[in-house]
Design a protein around this ligand. Structure first.
Ligand code: UDP
Length: 240
């Protein structure tokens, strides 16, 4: 199993919530700028980076469907929300002098490039950060699955999942103080124990393509760069 320090090309999955501030909704410029700083540090350490950003800070298809929306229409709205987040992140990164490209799975020619795999790879080789927006472009999927899919397509060495906890626990550490954290865990255990890391389609896609998932706390300043360097607290999901 490769240790984090040897990962050259990585996909970073950020949930929409990472862009939220104290209001608990929407895009907070300060939180977004801080995230951009974390991402820049990782880029400066020599990693090739691409990002998938969620949309849960703005709109979640499943939640809207539960309240009576048509599921497919709600999911398309959710995907459009991720485009707003991608543009916010792009703006914050470019203010730090980091070159980026947004590629959307739903073509939106005036604000982003369409998703073109070979073009995205070329951007990364040139040191640009590619931000993948609009998930997979299909309803009934999540941005976690989009992250696993793009990581496989881009030939990423690992998928880094930035969350608000420092790894995977055997139960929810926010409600159970005795919850145990794993340093390493197999894909099969994550799936069999129904551990809430990413949805099962995303975990299975990573497992089948041999892409380790590294779960870490993105809210802790400097942590992304530390975890990438092989330090810092994280859980590595690896093939058994
Ligand atoms: N979505 C979708 N297809 C995809 C990715 C996302 O339909 O391939 C929709 C879905 O409605 C989802 C919303 O976009 O609820 C926002 O994404 P997600 O909930 O995964 O965002 P996160 O929880 O990471 O912020």
């Amino acid at each position: 199993m490769t240790e984090p320090s040897t990962f050259r090309r990585i996909l970073l999955k950020l949930s929409g919530e990472a862009l939220m501030g104290a209001e608990g909704f929407g895009i907070d410029p300060e939180a977004t700028a801080r995230l951009a700083g974390e991402i820049k540090l990782a880029r400066d350490a020599g990693h090739e980076l691409c990002l998938v950003v969620g949309g849960g800070n703005i709109f979640r298809g499943l939640a809207a469907a539960a309240k009576g929306f048509d599921r497919a229409s709600a999911d398309y709205m959710g995907m459009l929300a991720t485009i707003m987040n991608a543009l916010a992140l792009q703006n914050a990164l470019e203010q730090l002098g980091v070159e980026t490209r947004v590629q959307s799975a739903i073509p939106m020619a005036s604000v982003s490039e369409p998703y073109i795999r070979r073009r995205a790879v070329r951007h990364m080789e040139k040191g640009r950060i590619v931000i993948f927006a609009a998930g997979t472009g299909n309803p009934f999927f999540t941005t976690d699955t989009a992250a696993a899919l793009r990581a496989a397509e881009m030939g990423c060495d690992a998928l880094f999942k930035g969350t608000s906890v420092d790894g995977i626990y055997d139960s929810d550490p926010k409600t159970n103080p005795a919850a145990r954290r794993y340093d390493r865990i197999s894909f099969d255990k994550v799936l069999n124990d129904h551990l809430k890391v990413m949805d099962s389609a995303a975990v299975a896609l990573c497992r089948d393509n041999g892409i380790p998932i590294i779960v870490f706390n993105i809210r802790e300043p400097g942590n992304l760069a530390e975890v990438l360097a092989g330090d810092g607290r994280a859980t590595v999901v690896h093939p058994s």
